[in-house]
Design a protein around this ligand. Sequence first.
Ligand code: HDD
Length: 707
Amino acid sequence: MAKKTSTPARTNTATIHDQKLHRGEGGELHQFAEDGHPVLTTAQGGPVADDQNSLHIGAPGPALIDDFHFREKIFHFDHERIPERVVHARGYGAHGFFETYKSLADYTRADVFQRPGEKTPVFVRFSTVAGSKGSFDLARDVRGFAVKMYTKEGNWDLVGNNIPVFFIQDAIKFPDVIHSVKPEPDRAFPQAQSAHDNFWDFISLTPESMHMIMWVMSDRAIPRSFRFMEGFGVHTFRFVNAKDQSTFVKFHWKPKLGLQSVAWNEAVKINGADPDFHRRDLWQAIQSGNFPEWELCVQLFDQGFADTFDFDVLDPTKIIPEESLPVQPIGRLVLDRMPDNFFAETEQVAFMTQNVPPGIDFSDDPLLQGRNFSYLDTQLKRLGGPNFTHLPINAPKCPFHTFQQDGHMAMRNPVGRVNYQPNSWGDGPRESPQKGFRHFASEEQGPKVRSRPESFADHYSQARQFYISQTPPEQRHIAMALTFELSKVENPVIRERMVSHLINIDETLATTVAEKLGLQSLPKPAQAAIPTRQDLEPSPALSIVKRGPGRFEGRKLGILITDGVDAKLLKGLTTALAEQKAVFELIAPKVGGVTASDDTRIEAQHMIDGAPSVLFDAIALLTSPAAIEDLVKEATARDFVADAFQHCKFIGYHLSALPLLEKAGISESIDEGVLSLPGEDGIAAFVTELGKLRVWGREPSVKLGKA
Ligand code: HDD
């Protein structure tokens, strides 16, 4: 029998970290291993001698039940998972602060909006909706934009999305829309995709979702990064001031770096190349000190203003166009710290729409009312008991005093005798009619019914308004997305039914999609309770392209370098990028790097096989005459260029790269987005052009295969 040796017990970094934390709480740790590291212990604090081998009779031999260390270790591991969120399972969060710009005391008594310059701690979680926790980031999907503000009057959760409307008008339909988009129950696929029969079956039977569908089929649903997305509270909420007067409010988050999305073909490839693309982006930005920032903006209005619209401001499938009611910035959100531990914070954070401080209140939006009911339930299921508010990420940061006690994992219980009120012991907290939350005393009356208001009946006008507000490339993307999604639908009846809705939105769109799907003729338009309004003006605020940032700040250039790269050119380019507050990564045939023209050694972040151009906003080809011959033989190098061109990205190149452009099949299609980079002028022009982000004018020729 082979004699087995055991290795001495060692700690890992996580253990050391824990010990450090525990040391602070439990006094000086008295046990150190021979090498100075803290001694590894069980969860009961018992020191461990051997963490490499379980206890047996003989070696090998039957395991022993008195191996309490093994039992505890495996028991804990077996219980590491909690249920993932039923929606928004895949998410990524960060800490930061909200800074108030001005006092809003006239509108709201919410403490967070009283003092200019005041900073409130915040935790934000971004997410996709349909995919499970391990799905990829670039799914075509709505993005969650959930903000928890730890205000001095308790937590305020603004649980929004990056799209200002929703699929349904009444929360009772939520399980249906979510069931339909999730993997089909018999086959358990497709994962994180709406391109399947069940989803389009439900949608095509639900006209109220048409406005949302326009957004979800637009580039908004494939954002370049969380940092380049808007966020919306969606519903109409109320501000309530100290005199108990109410003003309706809609919340918007506007990214300081501007909006940006990727192309669909690019999204598909990003998912393969880096399924964590959005996570990595947020992580890298924050870790490198480029803190993403949004402005919180509001649209404030009263009932009189609401009555000027044909639609109902309580209908969550409608927006108030910014051109009709400008958004006013009231503060900024800065994300400046990643969580120490993903599970403890991002996974366990519990957002609930019903968490509002005094001065912020709900409206009668039936979707919001239903949400207020749902979120508490889901936390109980997911976090396993009523004490999830004891978790540090969920606990308020202001003083709080309840008479709640006991329950699973209770960390805080009343101290002393008093656990009820009123009491005559003179102890404990008391309610405060002045400081406490007072619900807005709206006058409500009417029969008890299950019905939808008539004012919610126009399902097409704003869908059309969204569509006609887009630039031609954006409209093209909507048509392409609808075609792609419906091409995955097996049942032709569903495809046709969807096209019949599109006719009510825009006939050209419907015809394009019908043709691309190969429909023999246009179906009859879907029956509409209210005919589509043709007179709504386009709203430029709805287009991403019309509101481009005009600068490359916060974006990333992928620079392909080879041996012999012109060191001066590279330096010039990277300096110009830094001036624009943009970043770059170097890609080389080998990750070990290259030797530049001045014989310096330059390390690369990636080898070409591991860094396709879809991971960058634009590319530069800093090759050299000596290395180009070998480079053009690499399929990945050719793809690097061909994909960047196809995705309408800017390409800067050293003249030596011309053979690569040729082999990538684009030398005859060189356009204003493909720029040669000799000299400082070339660099300056290139970096300025990068601010346009994409050369969308190129797209029709690429799509028609003329490139
Ligand atoms: Fe929801 C999670 C946003 C409608 C029920 N929702 C969840 C999250 C976001 C939203 C961002 C993830 C929070 C996090 O990061 O932990 N939900 C929305 C928006 C909606 C919406 C903007 C419409 C305007 N949701 C909605 C309805 C219901 C729910 C109508 C049910 C009636 N949502 C939930 C939930 C989730 C959730 C099941 C799952 C995980 C969680 O709550 O904490 O309760």
